[in-house]
Design a protein around this ligand. Structure first.
Ligand code: SF4
Length: 105
């Protein structure tokens, strides 16, 4: 599918890692001193990382890429950063665990 996804200009990137830290999906890693998208399906294309880059190396482009897979991204974050760091935007189910109010008789 064609969709918006982050593009990193390697000639500008200094490998500071701020984008990788900012990415809630863990889509960016510093590899060989440059920021890289580790898996296209982890990037939601919303660009939370854009404002973090001190050298404006990150832009959003539209290109062919697999759809954003939030479940896979969250598993990846849990694997690489620990379960406490996985914060899905919307994890697709409600939480019925809150106690139901007692009914007045
Ligand atoms: S924030 Fe910018 S300069 Fe730093 S690693 Fe990411 S793309 Fe590179």
């Amino acid at each position: 599918m064609r969709r918006k996804i982050v593009k990193i200009d390697e000639s500008k990137c200094n490998g500071c890692g701020q984008c990788a830290t900012a990415c809630a999906e863990g889509a960016i890693q510093i590899i060989d001193g440059k920021a890289r998208i580790v898996n296209d399906s982890y990037c939601d294309g919303l660009g939370a990382c854009l404002g973090k880059c001190p050298v404006d190396a990150i832009t959003i482009e539209e290109r062919e890429a697999p759809a954003f897979n939030e479940a896979a991204a969250m598993q990846h974050v849990a694997r690489t950063r620990g379960p406490g760091h996985a914060h899905p935007h919307d994890h697709g189910h409600s939480h019925p665990s809150a106690p139901a109010p007692l009914r007045a008789r």
